[in-house]
Design a binder for this molecule. Structure first.
Ligand SMILES: Cc1ncc(COP(=O)(O)O)c(C=O)c1O
Length: 406
């Protein structure tokens, strides 16, 4: 007897029904020869500190063979947790290792938060539009989404957070929009989290990719100021990763939160992967100790600033009649909204792929899939000349779509 088809399983069918085929199309775009992939959120591989990481990796295997090749504590290497507590803590924000969980990339943090906080069909208050990976991580629980329109005038943070199992935000150069949430809105969200008791997730992979201006305070810090003494025990769950600061292949991320939350997430992690790789944790620790982030940061910022400017310049030349956008001050993306409200960017995708370019349509960043008027364009992966050519191809696709809409 053949086994029951997976698609017939109710839980899987329910999950599949909420995913978007468009996502699979653009995630596969990177493997199509000749296609300019401006859809993904990928770093420029030439910024990876290859020689430095190779030397560190050799050293840590030789110096700590049992630790890096064996299983380690679920919570992460104690020294790495201490180093992260020191990196993000201050007098105003006292952190100890009990506040820190090492995760296998930022994605695992999102998955664990869903496991701990989300009931089947539970309510998530999520910044709109929302990071696709977060939607994917939580879809198995078939949640209900309440869109947080943080940038809208009159945004009522208390009403927005009340009753939700948690709130999700990417305040620094959001994925997908590249925008910054202002200090007032951050403070309002933090105050609302304290008032309503709703956990507030601050997902921050892009915070150090700041090209103009000064960084804004983290919500974790704003939250601590209202409770000045003892290790942090507030409602913010802060998440970070080395993926954009050093290299995503390390799969090193972290969660900083109240010790009670860290203990719960640790239990969830135990049933997920037992521990993050001891090898890459040791590499990460050594990288923090020798200041590798600070060494590579100028190179990363210069490369990405130049690429952002190249993309935005090409957009002015070729896309100005079609889209509106803001030049982002950090991060990896430009979010462009069609001037014509009837332009459907899901329908633009096949035309773009036929023209040899791929961008991410807005529907994949909306749990309902209804937002189909914008595109997210990545500027970090490709060199300036390729970005310009990609934009030219996109303009060509728009003209083809206009001529042959079907
Ligand atoms: C907002 C956001 N959160 C989390 C992640 C996951 O990062 P990681 O590579 O560390 O899993 C990403 C990756 O692009 C992201 O954009």
């Amino acid at each position: 007897m053949s086994s029951q088809p997976i698609a017939a399983r109710p839980a899987f069918a329910r999950w599949l029904a909420t995913t978007n085929d468009i996502t699979r199309t653009f995630l596969a775009a990177g493997r199509i020869p000749g296609l300019i992939n401006m859809a993904g959120g990928l770093p420029a591989a030439e910024t990876y500190p290859v020689a430095e990481l190779a030397a560190i990796a050799c050293d840590v295997v030789a110096a700590h063979p049992q630790e890096v090749l064996g299983y380690g504590p679920v919570e992460g290497l104690p020294e790495l947790r201490d180093a992260l507590a020191a990196r993000f803590g201050s007098d105003a924000l006292p952190l100890t290792r009990a506040n820190v969980l090492v995760t296998s990339g930022g994605m695992q943090g999102l998955d664990l938060i869903g496991k701990v906080l989300l009931d089947d069909g539970g309510l998530i208050a999520g910044q709109f539009p929302t990071y696709l990976g977060a939607l994917d991580a939580w879809r198995p629980r078939a949640p209900t989404f309440r869109n947080l329109m943080i940038e809208d005038a009159g945004f009522d943070a208390v009403a927005a957070l009340a009753g939700a199992q948690f709130a999700y935000t990417v305040p620094n150069f959001s994925n997908p929009t590249g925008r910054l949430v202002g200090v007032e809105a951050r403070q309002a969200l933090v105050d609302a989290a304290h008032r309503t008791g709703t956990w507030l997730v601050e997902d921050d992979p892009y915070g150090t990719l700041h090209y103009d201006g000064a960084p804004l305070p983290r919500m974790l810090e704003l939250s601590a100021r209202s409770r000045p003494s003892g290790p942090y025990d507030g409602p913010v769950i802060y998440m970070g990763t080395l993926s954009k600061e050093i290299a995503p292949g390390l799969r090193i991320g972290w969660i900083i939160a109240a010790p009670e939350m860290i203990a719960a997430l640790t239990l969830a992690k135990q049933g997920s992967d037992l521990c993050t790789s001891g090898l890459t944790q040791r590499v990460a620790l050594a990288a923090l100790e020798v200041g590798l982030i600070e060494t590579v940061q100028p190179r990363i910022l210069a490369t990405y600033r130049e690429r952002r400017d190249a993309l935005c310049g090409a957009m002015v030349e070729h896309l100005g009649g079609w889209f509106d956008w803001e030049v982002p001050v950090g991060g990896m993306f430009v979010w462009a909204t069609a001037r014509d409200p009837s332009l459907d960017t899901d329908l633009l995708l096949p035309h773009a792929m036929a023209a040899g370019v791929c961008v991410a349509p807005s529907s994949v960043f909306d749990a309902s899939g209804l937002n189909r008027r914008a595109i997210r364009i990545n500027f970090t992966l490709n060199e300036p000349a390729k970005l310009a050519e990609g934009v030219r191809r996109l303009a060509q696709a728009l003209m083809t779509m206009q001529a042959r809409p079907g």
